[in-house]
Design a protein around this ligand. Sequence first.
Ligand SMILES: *Cc1c(COP(=O)(O)O)cnc(C)c1O
Length: 358
Amino acid sequence: MSRAACVEIDLGAVERNFDRLQACAPTADVMAVVKADAYGHGLERVAQRLAAKAAAFGVASLADGERLRAVGIRQPIVALAGIDQAPDIETARRLAVDLVVHHQSQVVLLATATPAAPLRVYLKIDTGMHRLGFPADQVQAVHAQLRSLPAVGEIVLMSHLARSDDDDPAATAAQIARFDAATVGLGGRVSLANSAAVLRSPQACRDMIRPGGALYGLSPIARTPGVALGLEPAMRLVTRLIAVNDVAAGAAIGYGGSFTAPAPMRIGIAAIGYGDGYPRAAGDGTPVLVAGQLTRTVGRVSMDLLAVDVTPIGGADVGARVVLWGPELPIETIAAAAGTIGYELACGIQQRVAVRDF
Ligand SMILES: *Cc1c(COP(=O)(O)O)cnc(C)c1O
């Protein structure tokens, strides 16, 4: 028998979020970003659901591209970090995966390669993120070099925005201005906008937008749940109570005895823990739903188990349904309790957690 913990995925919500993002940039193509197993929502199932709408898919590795080709995905797939080994070029050609080129070492690999067909590349420009990309003053020369290589076909121009989730739009405006100055006269398609920029920066929405988190209803913006942005959460993390016990006042609950019952309590034990991806950093008092009613966690999260207060909840017997996050309880609330963001929690769902449709 499998464990009770499972994620319920609402692919209809993913599709409606896609439509909402497309409506922000009606003429742009959408590259649906599906790295990290579609932010924990399932790479293949998400891509298949969006196959009729997405112009391209963004992945983290050629291996993800291979998984998508294996289930019949036909549109362009973009390896967002490109490649770092010579044999990868032939693999990319075989899979028809487009490559981000962000570093001179990748230009060298392409210069020595003779793939059977030219590859589409995304020339990545560092306009202020200072993570990946060519400095603005090298862009014209790198572009000319790429254009001269037989291994290179179309060149799309791209950059990544570091602060599109900021309340202050100045940093994003400066990045866009730097991008425009660096690419003067180059022509070609342009891609700048991640989820936050799609929602907040129309001027960043050029030929192709690249939303990831927002597709899944995850908020890209601090202190704002996805629902407040018109997004629908697509993941619900659920389990069941496998024990309900009465404890006396003074009972210390769980590892380290960090929580002591101030009065007689009923404690439910839910089959979920950090081994499933529920964050151990979420302390005492994190909200949780049991049998549809709001209550809180007590004591430390352990690997497989989580204690919850069911004292006030009628009908909270063994087998009661427990919702850790989902449409009824924003993932951003749990993330805040754990000192992180919804993206990290969704990506952190572990392999042993079963996946079901809503
Ligand atoms: C992950 C990623 C995105 C998507 O970012 P979100 O905030 O999830 O929308 C877009 N572009 C690149 C290059 C990425 O790595």
